[in-house]
Design a protein around this ligand. Sequence first.
Ligand code: ARG
Length: 613
Amino acid sequence: MLSVFHRLSERLQLALDLSFPEAAAAAREAGRPLDPQLVAASKPEFGDFQANGALALAKPLRRSPRDVAAAIQAQLLLDGPFLELCLEPEIAGPGFLNLRLRPEALAAEVAARLADPQRLGVPSVGPETAPVIVDFSSPNIAKEMHVGHLRSTIIGDALARVLEFRGHQVLRLNHVGDWGTQFGMLITHLKQVAPQALTTADAVDLGDLVAFYRQAKARFDADETFQTTAREEVVRLQSGDPVSRRAWQLLCEQSRREFQAIYDRLDIRLAERGESFYNPYLEAVVADLDAAGLLVLDEGAQCVFLEGVSGKEGKPLPVIVQKSDGGFNYATTDLAAIRYRFAAPPAGDGAHRVIYVTDAGQASHFAGVFQVARRAGWIPEEARLEHVPFGLVQGEDGKKLKTRSGDTVRLKDLLDEAVERCEADLRRRLAEEGRAESEEFIHHVATTVGLAAVKYADLSSNRTTNYQFSFDRMLALQGNTAPYLLYAVVRIAGIARKGGDGAETNIQGRQPLAASTAESFSLHFSEPQEWALVRQLLDFDAVIAAVEDELLPNRLCTYLFELSQVFNRFYDQVPVLKAPPAGRQSRLALCRLTADTLKLGLGLLGISTLERM
Ligand code: ARG
């Protein structure tokens, strides 16, 4: 109800100005107008909103808080536009003003949303030209794309979808690890054990490539001669040696295809812009930092020492920008990326917000890199630069997620298993219910529910905590799970089929309740469960605004889960199809708005819904 909130804010502001003209003028002069402190009511008993400003104003005005509240209340009672929205405000406790919206105002909001099924009252910021960058997924070539990357992929996609929905131009960047020492090791090792992999596309399996990488890493750690050769190989690659380049390209292409298969399956779009993209800008990073007087030569390496961050012996910690051998590292690439992303086009992306979605283990890396970038002056004043960390994915034993045989879990197997389990559950249920469905139906439902469950489990836990991966929990029909939410949508679709609302009934020749006609009859609500559902539905825009700001997809999940619960309570306790005509129409309208809200909300989480399951 953000628009109502803003309208009420204005009315309260005006009431303050009129009640305390001198104080209000002085406060405005000082650039800090009196604040009515309007917030959503902390409990339903308090109404819809409460204004807490009287408490803070009491002291400077030298009046009791209840006195101040009474003065504001008196003004509001004279204000026509306010009274169109709200019932008489009540003073509560030490001086809170409780505001309750008029039933007609709530019904009008519901009608407005019904007439706007695409946006459901969420305004769009567009047209925005400065993009928001979401840097997510970002696996490493020739290494395993693991569950941590899956989490980043799922969370990053949901955030990107919410930002896009809000009208931002979003660059979804896959900062693939396609550069660095790993290629030196891998190419050196492959030259000896599988040279064909360096000259012929797909000569070895990606799985094998990962195994080769592991062997190479082991040799690198144990064998000094190998180390030297690998380092020389990196130099060759970086200096553009055609043979090394070709080998590198082959390795990248192969990994890329494997990653793409996962993205396709999850219906996630990403633009690859790997670390190698920033190679041409690395020197400039060092030069810029030098010009800004930030570089310190420490044990042969070019460093920037961090302010306010110290290591073990109380010494400030450095961000190493250039190693003693002249090489650059992960942090240098990230510095170059930040510099490029905020730089005005055509020399950069001209972003106004850059978001990184990685595991919490990289928090200090980003804190360091962000600080250096700020001190270098690369971040425009109003711009936002944010790390969105998430916890580790653990097995049900609380340890790192592993297969029964102790191997790392392959993402493909993980998704397959979710879908297979759904299919088995579905077949069992169909048999129990004596229902016959086509193989196509079974396949479609199992795939939709399985992938939804994996995504939703990831998104619904507070992302900052570690998260225990459990098929049983994510596939449960009860609780805060994808199947529970998908069922709510299916349930409403069923009501609509029986009730003459929605497209499917149209096929049967009954009158659909089209969006455009929603306003042509007036909505009437009487039962407390109806009002509870109305209020929950009208919260949608505020939740989207919160997710956009705080980048916590679990807030949207919690909201949708609560919406389903409130809906189920409503539907269990209030007759819909058997209600008398006037009430029936209003209740069916609530059903439809619930379905629209769930579908849109789940869609923003990257989850598609079903009509039947
Ligand atoms: N490739 C890194 C990893 O696998 C993640 C990169 C995240 N993005 C970034 N700009 N550093 O851990």
